[in-house]
Ligand binder design. Structure first.
Ligand code: B16
Ligand code: MG
Length: 232
């Protein structure tokens, strides 16, 4: 059943690294002397590291030289690495391992499509690296989500047309990127926030076992009129 393939975002879909990004960004904001809250952190989900720093500095109304910004990006990542190098398989989000098993059983290949430059390390930490047919991460792209580049490279790795790819995403920018790429977008998380997705689930445990067979048999592909068979 390999006429479709799957592209997974990492943070917020396979693992929750947002909590570690938060701790590292908060530490940086504390050192700069302004408050950075969990609500602020929502703005950084799915956003590149460089863009995250720009947003954070805007929140604190802080202006810095490019050189200083470079230093901060390095120190934030060092701090973040301290957390992720302690991660283990127990941090795989509920439903993710089972979903990968379902895909393996169906012979549906999957790749990673993440904005994180640390994605390979994180997948190694949680023992999932070997299972992905390919990794597209922040090192492989020049344009950040909502630009579709990350997912279009993912489709190439799957040797599939974009419309035959299903994207799992937790961020608005990622859902937008999947839609622009003409892929099937699945929003994981709050359905109101991710209302632009073709399908919505609160988390991966909610994906019905027959989801992929239905996508194929009902031809819910974007190049097909029957895309109207949405679950919502
Ligand atoms: P890094 P995803 C994204 O991962 C995170 O959601 C986002 O908060 C982070 O800024 C970005 O990766 C870059 O991460 O600093 O490790 O390169 O959701 O695209 O898997
Ligand atoms: Mg994400």
């Amino acid at each position: 059943m390999n006429n479709i393939g799957v592209i997974f975002d990492l943070d917020g879909v396979i693992v929750d690294t947002a909590k570690y990004h938060f701790l590292a960004w908060k530490n940086l904001a504390d050192n700069l002397g302004f408050e950075f809250t969990e609500t602020h952190n929502e703005l950084l989900k799915g956003v590149s590291r460089v863009r995250s720093l720009e947003i954070l500095l805007d929140i604190g109304n802080v202006k810095l030289s490019e050189e200083k910004k470079e230093d901060l990006l390095i120190s934030k990542n060092k701090d973040y690495l301290g957390y992720i190098t302690k991660m283990g398989p127990e941090e795989i989000l509920p439903g993710a391992s089972k979903l990968l098993n379902v895909l393996d059983d169906l012979g549906i290949a999957y790749v990673l499509g993440s904005a994180s430059k640390n994605a390979p390390l994180i997948l190694e930490q949680v023992n999932l690296f070997e299972r992905f047919a390919g990794i597209v991460d922040g090192n492989s792209v020049s344009k950040a989500k909502p630009d579709p580049e990350v997912f279009l490279i993912g489709a190439e790795k799957l040797h599939l047309k974009p419309e035959n790819c299903i994207v799992f995403e937790d961020a608005i920018a990622g859902v937008e990127a999947a839609n622009i790429a003409n892929m099937i977008s699945i929003g994981i998380g709050d359905a109101k926030t991710l209302h632009e997705a073709d399908f919505n689930f609160n988390n991966l445990t909610e994906i019905p076992e027959d989801f992929f067979t239905k996508v194929i048999s009902e031809k819910i592909l974007k190049n097909n009129e029957s895309r109207l068979y949405k679950t919502k």
